[in-house]
Design a protein around this ligand. Structure first.
Ligand code: RP5
Length: 165
């Protein structure tokens, strides 16, 4: 079982490294591709329609501006599609957020935040979906949550020490 992370441009990638890191930390195989709904519509559709036979179970789609990537992917697959709006200028992601979230009824895209939390949260959501049928992944996810909680506890302890508590 694997997932695909698609982005409309390589200029999106720096903001998606946290998504790739999160998927890899959970040992989820991921195909990462630059494929554009507008600039490479043919190769995009070819990738999406051939993906299930390669074991891909879910698409994460990141795009900025007139962000149609997730919607076009959702139009060509019955697999879950997770949209990640990119926070490009001049509208800082409000444009891509609305483009991604405002899908017509009948063609769902689960849309994540336009800021830095969006890419890792999309990865974690993908992991939760796959974990429904993968008990070992469910255990890794649980360990990830525990590690996250331990980091917060350590930061709190450091703050208390700094404040002289
Ligand atoms: C979108 O256009 C891409 O996802 C990217 O966020 C934006 C700008 O692309 P470039 O002009 O940087 O290639 O399709």
């Amino acid at each position: 079982m694997s997932v695909a992370l698609l982005m409309g441009s390589d200029s999106d990638f720096p903001r998606l490294e946290s998504c790739v890191t999160t998927l890899r930390s959970l040992e989820i195989p991921v195909e990462v591709r630059v494929l554009s709904a507008h600039r490479t519509p043919g190769p995009l559709v070819e990738f999406v329609t051939s993906a299930p036979q390669r074991g891909i179970r879910l698409f994460l789609c990141a795009a900025g501006g007139a962000a149609h990537l997730a919607g076009v992917v959702a139009a060509h697959t019955s697999l879950p599609v997770l949209g990640i709006p990119m926070d490009n200028p001049p509208f800082d992601g409000l444009d891509s957020l609305l483009s991604t979230v405002q899908m017509p009824g009948g063609v769902p895209v689960a849309t994540f935040g336009a800021g830095p939390g969006g890419p890792p949260n999309a990865a974690l959501f993908a992991a939760r979906v796959l974990a429904l049928s993968d008990p070992e992944l469910a255990e890794r996810l649980q360990a990830h949550r525990q590690a996250q909680a331990a980091k917060v506890a350590a930061k709190d302890a450091a703050l208390q020490q700094k404040l002289g508590g």
